[in-house]
Ligand binder design. Sequence first.
Ligand code: ZN
Length: 446
Amino acid sequence: MRRFDILALTNKGKKRALKIGRLLKEIKKRELIQLTQDLIRIPSVRRQGQSEQKVALYLSRLLEGMGLDVVVEAVEPGAPNIIAVLHGESEGPCLMFECHTDVVTEGDPSEWKYGPFEGRLVGNRIYGRGACDTKGNLAAAVMAVQAINQSGIPFKGKILLGILVDEEGMMTGVKHFIRHGWANGIHAAIICEPVDNHLCITQKGALRAELITSGKMSHGAMPLAGLNPIPPMISILEKMRQLEEEEIERLGKDVFLGYPSITPTVLQAPVKGEPQLNVIPNQCRALLDIRTIPGQSHEALKKQLEDIVKEEERSVNASLDSGPLKEIRETLEKGLSRGMSFQSTLNVFEDRPWTRTPREEPIVQSVSKAIRSITGEEPTYGGVLGATDGTFLSAWAGIPIVTIGAGKWMIPHQKDEWVSVEDLDLTAKIYAVSALEFLGGAGSRI
Ligand SMILES: [Zn+2]
């Protein structure tokens, strides 16, 4: 390399460092703490009625005050998405920060050290429901956008803050966002969730299913007069456990996500009415929480599960119509069981694919570069074990996503939820510099 090339490079490096320094000065820790507390103090647990309304409208006013273009779009009554855009100097890509306004239930408030909606700052920690999942990270994203705006550093394209509802439930906010065309033209998204500021490039997928076995109610002393739906349910669940084992064997351990799983989480019989020891119920119901990793096809897996269920149905019905069982039923129960049949049905009511973003994607490169600039260290790569709104941005809209945000792994959804102020401050800095890198503002071309 000739001498003037080295000089040019050094100058470019210096300019970049100056810009990043200028930007980071605009992240005000005190404002970040205040905003996190303000958001926690507006409860937004998803319940009947106006769940996210108040906090969403608070944010829309704040973002309007910052000079962003803000759209409030009702997903359902009392639950609006907020979409806010900061435009750059010239045409270019669109980077989305995705956050959610809803929080999970606080449970029994008397079990909390501090009130769940007090937003108490104690030492280096902010306590409260949503502190890390994800109001703290939402505040960090807002502060990052404000810092870019106030720094006056030019950038290409635009930054879109998508502050959506119902992430903790059926993710109706992000589905509405995509269905109404907002995802068109977004080039990458940073999902703001508590992952200990790891750079997460993959997420588990999920299938949610209801399994029902139906037989015939009868007296517990005369089981052959009815058809017990419980043993076939046990048999189906056992075959699903074997399928889980086969999948684990086939795929091995994903470096970030671990193993796939097929987990029955709810089992009830009867489905309606009181259970009673001496009554054979007519129906049995199980809910399945199925988690997938890269390498699994959801279509193939659904087919395998369906095959298990249908095979059980066939074999139970065949046993009714033939062999000694038929004879016993007909003689002992005087034909009571004639015309009886067994049904088993599987209804997959939610399908959330796994995601994996290649490390070469510009968004991964930008966030990784930002982390190196701020901390002087390489990022810690990771994966998200649950699904997020990012799942749908990736699967339905094809948007490359990364997930990053403050908050220790085991803290969300528990009592005494908290976030470290230092971690949150680092998150805001990572968000701001990542955006600048992605939108060309850190370079010297603008
Ligand atoms: Zn969350």
